[in-house]
Ligand binder design. Structure first.
Ligand code: 93A
Length: 539
């Protein structure tokens, strides 16, 4: 049932792996026919290739809209090699059949997602590509079709081994039809939304999951794997009934945590505990986060959790009153002693030392929560909007490993190891601060946080003001600190206020239209500034 591969048609938008594929096919004695820029790339790799226009005798026209839409191409794909009459007609028409079709389509969905204009999006509706894919898939009795660069290796192997078996060609055909169906669904959704005033999202088939969405387990249909766990006393306010659910497609996480001591967790306790855990577990070293109203009022790392807690608390003792604390390590007796002196709503951690429990359980009003074994950050986050919800991969770009190696120094001297460690700390911690976020840090601890403002200048001012007043010792803590900004500075004004306050180094994503202005303000002040290239919005 193997169909030897003698002639292949290759037309790919995504050129990943193309050179190796072409070289491999050529080495297996396969003749390659290809379209414009695909043919150029193959030829540039030193592999012989025939232009499709040579086969059709018709130059590509209408700016590429018509390249492969020609009987000499489609008869070559659609001829059923088992049929005498098909073979005879090909001979009569002097058309050579194709045994293999490799295509990947114009990036329609990506173009829509990029915010491109209507005309540009329309241009990315691939017509010739899906036609070839569907033709080859229909004729799987004679032709193998491949739409995914990940399969090129199999193609080269098959070419050298007498071709694909019928079963393999059938499987490839099924994948190919699923691929074009998904492609057209995306086109249908966009055109309906764009041009149909009575557009009803539910009437159009669901958009297919992308490859990364599949990897992340985004649910393909409505309905998460929710399981009701508990009734909560009330929601954010006393007149709002509320409940706790577990999502078995995620976790284990905070929802499965065990209350070791204290009153039942409230809705707001859960919200803050979640923010605390999210923050503390972003660090490899022992780390503590103190949260109020979903924002950190202190984050620090240290040699021990006790040390980290002392530094985190010192950031803002005023706000830490009634706070929710998370640690990424076992709560020690030493830390428990300090915590017991401060009115605290919740302490959440992977474990508690016996003695720590003995100390903390003396306090009637504190809740102690133990995270479940194997607790991990959810890879997908949900946010409800009216009538639906939004899903996204969680922001874990550089949760592990070295964050600083990819940074670009754009102003001042390179940071000494100690300053670099503080910048690294600030950049990790800022991920847990609601945007717009500016975070000042010193000695691996926050010293001033400006959060939740609707412009960056106010966040800068707030961070400085809180750094300089909350210590309560008359010390200007902003002076000599380093700063992180969760997104770029749209103007130099915010940065200027940090410079005036004595901040020594800044890490920020960059990418503003006014980067030059911002960077030159940093240079004028001799400030060390790094650009990360990624941002950490969090709302
Ligand atoms: O504009 S099209 O719809 N018209 C065609 O005849 C056609 N033939 C192949 N798009 C067409 N293609 C697509 O061009 C393929 O699906 C592939 O994505 C791309 C490859 O073109 P090039 O080799 O010039 O990069």
């Amino acid at each position: 049932s193997r169909q030897p591969i003698r002639r292949a048609l290759i037309s790919v938008y995504d050129k990943t792996g193309l050179e190796d594929l072409a070289a491999g096919l050529h080495a297996a004695g396969v003749e390659i026919v290809s379209t414009g820029s695909t043919a150029k790339r193959i030829a540039a790799a030193g592999v012989p290739v025939i232009e499709v226009s040579e086969v059709t005798g018709f130059a590509e026209c209408l700016d590429g809209r018509v390249k492969t839409l020609h009987p000499r191409v489609h008869a070559g794909i659609l001829a059923d090699r088992r049929r005498e009459d098909h073979r005879a007609q090909l001979q009569e028409l002097q058309i050579e059949p194709f045994d293999l079709v490799v295509v990947n389509l114009y990036p329609f969905a990506d173009t829509v997602a990029s915010g491109a204009a209507e005309d540009q999006i329309v241009e990315q509706i691939d017509i010739g590509g899906p036609s070839m894919v569907r033709a080859a898939a229909k004729n799987h009795a004679s032709v193998a079709v491949v739409v995914d660069p990940l399969r090129y290796h199999d193609v080269v192997t098959a070419a050298g081994a007498g071709g694909f078996s019928l079963a393999a060609r059938q499987r490839l055909a099924a994948l190919a039809f699923a691929h074009t169906a998904a492609y057209d669904t995306a086109v249908a959704r966009w055109t309906s939304q764009q041009f149909d005033d009575d557009f009803d999202a539910a009437s159009v088939p669901a958009s297919p999951l992308s490859r990364t969405e599949k990897k992340l387990n985004f649910p393909p249909y409505a309905g998460l794997a929710l399981q009701r766990l508990d009734t909560l006393r009330y929601g954010e306010n006393a007149h709002q009934p509320a409940a706790l659910y577990a999502d078995s497609s995620a976790g284990p996480g905070l929802a499965q945590a065990k209350t070791l001591h204290g009153k039942a967790m409230s809705y707001n306790n859960y919200v803050d505990a979640d923010a605390a855990v999210r923050t503390a577990f972003d660090f490899a070293q022992p780390a503590v986060a103190i949260i109020k109203h979903a924002n950190p009022c202190g984050v620090a790392v240290g040699a021990t959790v006790a040390e980290a807690h002392r530094s985190a608390h010192a950031c803002d003792p005023l706000s830490a009153f009634g706070g929710v604390i998370a640690a990424n390590r076992t709560i020690t007796a030493e830390m428990a002693k300090t915590v017991s002196e401060i009115f605290t709503e919740v302490v959440v951690a992977p474990a508690f030392e016996e003695e720590a429990l003995a100390i903390l359980t003396k306090k009637k009003n504190i809740r102690l929560l133990r995270l479940p074994e194997g607790h991990r950050r959810d890879r997908v986050e949900y946010k409800q909007i009216s009538g639906g919800m939004l899903l996204q991969a969680s922001d874990a770009v550089d949760a592990e490993g070295d964050t600083t190696s990819g940074w670009k120094l754009v102003s001042g001297e390179a940071a000494e190891p100690e300053m670099l460690a503080d910048l690294d700390f600030a950049w990790r911690a800022i991920r847990s601060v609601k945007s717009n976020a500016i975070l000042l840090a010193k000695n691996q601890a926050t010293v001033g946080i400006g959060m939740g403002q609707v412009n960056r200048l106010d966040s800068c001012r707030l961070a400085v003001q809180r750094a300089n007043t909350l210590a309560g010792d008359g010390v200007e803590r902003a002076r000599g600190s380093v700063a992180a900004s969760d997104a770029f500075f749209p103007f130099a004004d915010g940065l200027q206020s940090l410079i005036t306050a004595g901040v020594r180094a800044v890490v920020q994503p960059g990418g503003s239209q006014r980067d030059e202005e911002v960077i030159s303000a940093a240079r004028d002040a001799g400030l060390t500034m790094y650009l990360t290239g990624t941002r950490h919005f969090f709302h």
